[in-house]
Design a protein around this ligand. Sequence first.
Ligand code: SF4
Ligand code: SF4
Ligand code: SF4
Length: 292
Amino acid sequence: MGSNQTTKTDRRRFLKLLAGASVYAALGSAGIAHARPTRYGKLMDTGLCIGCKRCMSACKRWNNLEVERNELTTDREIDLTANNWIVVNLLTDSKNRFKTTYIHWACHHCIEPACVGVCPVKALTKLSKGPVVINEKKCIGCRYCFQACPFKVPRFDFEKRVTRKCHQCYDRIPLLNYMKPACVAACPVGALHFDYKEEIIKEAKQRVQQRGGSSYIMGLTEAGGTDMLTILPTNPQDLNLVVAPKKIVNQNLDKIRITAAGFMGASGLTGLMYLYAALTRKADKEGHDQPK
Ligand code: SF4
Ligand code: SF4
Ligand code: SF4
C-alpha cells in the first residue's frame, strides 16, 4: 500500500513537471520575456495635488528650460510652450463653480501616438519603455505633430526652430539605474506616481474605488489609451479639458506614402494601357480607313 502510494505521487509529480515543461516549450523564452512588464507610466492624481508647481520647476531644472516671468507663482491659467513642458492649472467644475481642482498637464505619451505617425522626417519615436520623444536634431519644425496631437501638446520653439515637449525624462530611466521622472521625484504629496504601466492602472483603480468610485480615470481609453493616467474628480468635459477621441485615425505617413506610391504606380500603368489602347485603336482605324 505504502509503495503503491509513493509510485502514484511520483507519477503525479512527473506529470506536473512534464506539463510545466510543455508550457515552457510552448511559450518559449520570448513568451516568458513578454510576460514581464516593460512599459512605464505616470499617474497624476488631482485629488492629492496642492498646486505647488514643484513639478514644473523640477522639469525646468532637469531639462534646462527657461523660466518665464511669474509662471511659477501665479494662479492664472498658463499654457504649454516650448519652455513649459508641464503646466499646473486650477480648473473649475462647470456644473459647480465652487468645486475646483489643480491639474498637472503634459504630454500623455499615447500608446499609439498620432504625432509619431505624421512626422515626415521620423523625428518622433515611441520608445519601448513608454516615453514619446522628439529628436530635435531631425525636427524641421513643420508642426504637423501639433496639428495631429489630440491634446495639442508639442509646441514650436521660435528661437531654436524646432518643436519641443515632455519626454517623460527618458534619460532618467535607464535599465540599471532606475530614476523617476524629475516631476514625480519633486512632488511633495504623492500626487504623481511612476511605475510599470500595469501597476499604475491598478493603483488608479484602487484610489478611485477608495473614493467611492465617482472619479474619472483619463487615459484608459482616450486617444486609444495613454501611458499617463490622470484621476479627475469628474469627467473631462465638466472641467473644460480637451476631450480626446477614443480612437485616433491612423495617420501613419509611411502608409500614406505606400498608398500614394501604389496609386501613382496604378495611375502610371493605367496611363500606359490607355496610351497603348489609343495607339492600337489608331493603327486599327488607320488600317480600316486605308483605301483598299
Ligand atoms: S499627447 Fe500628443 S504629443 Fe504626446 S504622445 Fe500623444 S499625440 Fe504625441
Ligand atoms: S515639427 Fe518636428 S517633430 Fe513635429 S512633425 Fe514636424 S518635423 Fe516632426
Ligand atoms: S508637484 Fe505635485 S502637488 Fe505640486 S503641483 Fe505638481 S503634481 Fe501638484
